[in-house]
Design a protein around this ligand. Sequence first.
Ligand code: SF4
Length: 233
Amino acid sequence: MKINISEVFYSTQGEGKYIGAAQVFIRLSKCPFDCPYCDTDTQDKEYFEINNHKYINPVSAEELAEIVLKEFGAGDNFHSYSITGGEPLIHYEFVKELAGILKNKSKAKLFLETSGLITKYFKELDDIFDIMSIDIKTHSEKVLKNLPVLLETVNSLKHTDYYLKLLLPEDNAKEIIDYTALELHKYNIKNIIIQPVDSIITKDTIDYLYNMYYSKNIEARIIPQTHKILAIP
Ligand code: SF4
């Protein structure tokens, strides 16, 4: 199986629990979702470039692993390979194969960034990925309805160090906080990272969310997208 790669680059993780970690980002093209705040180019490209070397799409997982290992080495100067998108799990077989090869041939950790909207593969990836960054999308009632399935699924993960990252818009923030606090509590989930959409959040919302989550024994941390502040990819 061959797929298109959007870009592969070395940078700093700008979001979530592993903020500041040096990573090799492997961005797979395409996403079936339509988040209103999306800032990612998910279109297919004819080629991708690394260190001024041009690689023609599509590529197999084996070919991509070889390219990544040749261009970036086996993890001597970075924390992890971040397999991201788009939504990488629409290419599940490819992701599994790529991660499996990199895990065997490198000492870097394997990190998956996913929208949290395709949960059916999480269990199979539990042994392969060291870390999973899983979004809680909140931009419509339809995506919010996905939350109980997502929480039930992450509760069954045994190995990966997963974390949940709630994309919180300032409009209707309180309703989202109320709903998610109740659901997280129901599933006995104790931690949540709040990523304010467009880095906009008021003091009133901050006070409200800490009160609400902590009252349910959930540790909430507000972490904006720092790569945008640093103006790095
Ligand atoms: S899931 Fe991610 S890549 Fe897809 S539309 Fe939403 S923000 Fe963009």
